[in-house]
Design a protein around this ligand. Structure first.
Ligand SMILES: [Zn+2]
Length: 190
């Protein structure tokens, strides 16, 4: 059983909920004392497999600045993980291509560890430092195989009712929406 301490209440230790992908979602029990006067969640993910040439990749690519900037580009409110990944890939195509080349991508091949897992793990570390805000939710559209997926907001987080899902933005509902989805997959190399 995994316990961690809320970054805003150092005397508040909470039990995490283990998610299907091996990460753990935490929610502080206290209702107040968090940024934006919102409930506070954070995400802890397993360390990536040890690959020597990738140690320090997040620092090298400046992800601690680039990922909050990718969320900020999407606007205010909460955004489903896939939208954050797409925003990052559009802002930093070379950085994303490098991760996909190393880790693969779920849209390309099913692998145990993917570029998406690496990006979500990095976002999770940023959420523990309250550089971004995390909220658990469900995946939509082609991410809907994830019954638990991460949602992200810039700091301070707004109301959870103000959120944008992958299907809201990209579609997946109709032939036209599927064409849009295919077009947006073009951010992925190969
Ligand atoms: Zn707290």
């Amino acid at each position: 059983m995994s316990r961690q301490v809320c970054p805003f209440h150092t005397d508040e230790s909470v039990v995490g909920q283990l998610l299907d992908d091996g990460s753990t979602s935490f929610e502080c029990d206290r209702a107040s004392g968090h940024p934006g006067n919102q409930p506070w969640f954070w995400l802890a993910t397993p360390a990536p497999p040890s690959v020597p040439e990738l140690s320090g990749l997040a620092e090298e690519l400046g992800l601690e600045h680039e990922l909050p900037a990718a969320i900020a580009d999407l606007g205010h409110g909460w955004f489903e993980y896939g939208l954050v990944e797409r925003s990052y890939a559009q802002r930093q195509p070379e950085g994303f291509a490098r991760m996909v080349a190393q880790w693969g991508h779920t849209a390309i091949d099913k692998k145990q560890y993917t570029a998406s897992a690496y990006l979500a793990g990095t976002l999770g570390r940023l959420s523990r430092r309250s550089a971004v805000a995390y909220h658990p939710g469900v995946g939509t559209g082609r991410w809907s195989y994830n019954t638990n997926i991460s949602w992200w907001s810039t700091m301070p987080p707004g109301d959870w009712n103000n959120r944008t899902a992958w299907v809201d933005e990209v579609g997946d509902h109709s032939a036209r929406a599927q064409a849009d989805d295919l077009a947006c997959k073009s951010y992925m190399p190969a």
